[in-house]
Design a protein around this ligand. Structure first.
Ligand SMILES: NC(=O)c1ccc[n+]([C@@H]2O[C@H](COP(=O)([O-])OP(=O)(O)OC[C@H]3O[C@@H](n4cnc5c(N)ncnc54)[C@H](O)[C@@H]3O)[C@@H](O)[C@H]2O)c1
Length: 339
């Protein structure tokens, strides 16, 4: 398509605001024409702040507007299936935050709708666009560490979302570990074959009310014969700590660090540096780069690099991990059989 991509952002909470800001101020080729949030005054406030001409409390005003080409869905996970279905039915190209939907059955249904209406759905696995993870992928593909044998993922967060978010999040495996499931298959270049997961409530006891956990470990086996483990938690008292490692036959590649600014403070009794506090700080560049990619894909009418299929596969791994945690059994992905 030629010209600007007329875009709307639906959902202006913790992350939606940043996507809206990027689209309004930084993404060439995008024109942010409307923002939507049902919370009283939120959409108007964001629209005024970012100079967006339209705002609404009702997503239907976006779906039914024939002048809008693309939508960015950043609403609670429990709403994704309905939002994608509505957007696709009205012919919009879609960016949806992870996970694509809350259940694999919903993912199958929305994929059918997407295909029927010939639109695509990029899923918000922004780690793929993070410069460090992207460089690691390039080096692995170039053969710099030989054949990948082991994946290690660490996602530790100190900012526990409120109960209202947890209630609609799908649980720790679906909401947080899914980033590692996606980046694991992306970096390893092979599919996950089975998972074994454990979890606990170590600090945030309100999670018991939602059958959720604040700490989990998933071990993975891959179709290539490789293995891996993923540590996930919402209890890190010190900051936002996201790291990855792939160990290969010829070497290892380590991704991510705790430092925010590259500054080291030396005194007589300590050497210290600051720590990344939260996800908007850690993945600022990645959120912008994934949105640039989405708008570019819409303009070129090309499928994006991270599609609804990637969204579904990561969701299958998350569902299998949840099942493994609940049943205390290893769950195979291909046949979804507990062993
Ligand atoms: N990729 C990432 O790193 C990342 C980080 C955080 C959140 N997320 C995902 O983004 C989504 C939103 O998470 P969040 O943390 O911003 O949540 P949030 O609760 O902070 O914000 C959600 C917003 O959506 C609005 N909303 C609720 N129902 C709506 C509806 N029907 N129509 C329009 N707006 C509606 C709410 O009023 C709220 O402002 C979730 O799916 C989450 O998994 C991804």
């Amino acid at each position: 398509m030629s010209g600007q991509v007329r875009t709307a952002v639906i959902g202006l909470g913790r992350l939606g605001y940043w996507h809206a800001e990027n689209l309004a101020t930084k993404v060439k080729g995008a024109q942010l024409v409307k923002v939507v949030d049902p919370l009283e005054g939120r959409a108007e406030q964001v629209a005024r702040e970012l100079g967006v001409p339209g705002w609404s409390k009702d997503p239907r005003e976006v779906f039914e507007d024939v002048n809008i080409d693309a939508v960015v869905l950043v609403t609670p996970t429990s709403t994704h299936a309905e939002m994608i279905t509505q957007a696709a039915t009205h012919g919009k190209q879609i960016f949806v935050e992870k996970p694509i939907t809350q259940t694999v059955e919903e993912a199958d249904e929305v994929i059918q709708v997407l295909h029927k209406h010939n639109v695509f759905c990029q899923v918000g696995f922004m780690r793929r666009f993070d410069p460090a993870y992207a460089e690691a992928k390039r080096r692995i593909v170039a053969g710099d560490i030989g054949k990948p044998l082991y994946f290690k993922g660490v996602s530790r967060d100190g900012n526990c979302p409120p109960a209202e978010f947890i209630k609609h999040s799908g649980g720790l495996f679906l909401d947080v570990a899914i980033h590692d499931y996606d980046i694991a298959r992306f970096l390893m270049g092979t599919e996950v074959e089975s998972v074994t997961a454990t979890g606990n409530v170590l600090l945030h006891t309100f999670m018991n009310d939602y059958h959720d956990v604040d700490q989990a470990v998933t071990t993975l086996t891959f179709a290539s014969g490789a293995a891996g483990d993923i540590e996930t938690m919402r209890i890190a008292p010190y900051g936002y700590d996201i790291r990855g490692e792939v160990i290969g036959t010829e070497g290892s590649i380590q991704i991510g660090s705790l430092r925010h600014h590259d500054v080291l403070l030396l005194t007589t009794n300590a050497s210290t540096h600051d720590i990344i506090p939260d996800f908007p700080t850690k993945f600022k560049d990645a959120y912008l780069l994934e949105m640039i990619h989405f708008i570019d894909a819409v303009q070129k009418r090309e499928r994006p690099a991270c599609t609804e299929t990637d969204g579904k596969i990561a969701l299958e791994i998350a569902a299998a991990a949840t099942e493994s945690f609940q049943t205390a059994k290893t769950v195979k992905l291909d046949k979804k059989v507990s062993i």
